[in-house]
Design a protein around this ligand. Sequence first.
Ligand code: COA
Length: 258
Amino acid sequence: MTDISNDILVHTDSGVMTITLNRLARKNSITAAMYDLLADALDSANHDVAVRAVVIQGHETIFSAGNDIGDFLNKPPATPDAPVFRFLRGLSSFPKPIIASVCGPAVGIGTTMLLHCDLVYAGDNAAFSMPFVNLGLCPEAASSFLAAQLMGYPRAAEALLLGEPFMAETALDMGLINRIVPPAEANALAQRQALKLAAKPITSLMETKRLMKKGNAGMVAERMAEEGASFGRMLQEPAAREAFTAFMEKRKPDFSAL
Ligand code: COA
């Protein structure tokens, strides 16, 4: 059995829970077992009064390559209680402030999870992408709703239909991130901002976040469920099978017959 205990590091200090994606050999791609650990960490942060803010970070060279493709092929998330959906529900409804620090590639859920964070700091090497169509899939994490709301429809359509990466400057212009810093400084900045938040009254932070998110909450939950059903079904279909097999075989996918 694979030991995943170091793939997600969780550390709490001075009111801040820091969750680190730490599977560098696989570019911080995320398996079902890792989604379970992420969901457990958020659940514990939610219920622990000692946690007043959360930081999600990767390495200064890579945030996340998104879902682990082999794991997805072997264990597709077929039902709403699948670990990836459990994590996304926990993240989207998380009541305390969440800060993300993003450097290097942030692929798929590496980008869509940011739509649910309150503050996002990026290294100048950050490259965001939502290549769901290129993988024979559809958006997840309510990104089919939130991306258009944040960036406007034309830019969301470009990001979601073409699925090409966009860099930190574009992400800043779109409103996806708060600030760009040298990669070696991103995690430290996220930590400083989290400590500032942790020193504020938690009841005010939570009520402010609840009020700011209230208008979207119902739509986000509804869209996430609908996307999840389509995503789970499409994972089993020929286009996704071809895209994922091509990735494993290190070749370009051939969708000409699909
Ligand atoms: N799932 C499983 N393995 C992955 C992975 C993923 N999402 N992303 C990368 N890896 C593996 C590679 O297969 C490679 O394994 P190998 O050393 O056995 O050949 C290793 O991680 C290093 O990846 P590599 O592609 O060589 O690194 P890179 O620095 O050239 O590129 C990325 C980094 C993230 C841009 C590139 O790996 C990538 O595009 N990954 C796929 C992203 C994706 O489509 N995610 C799914 C979203 S739903």
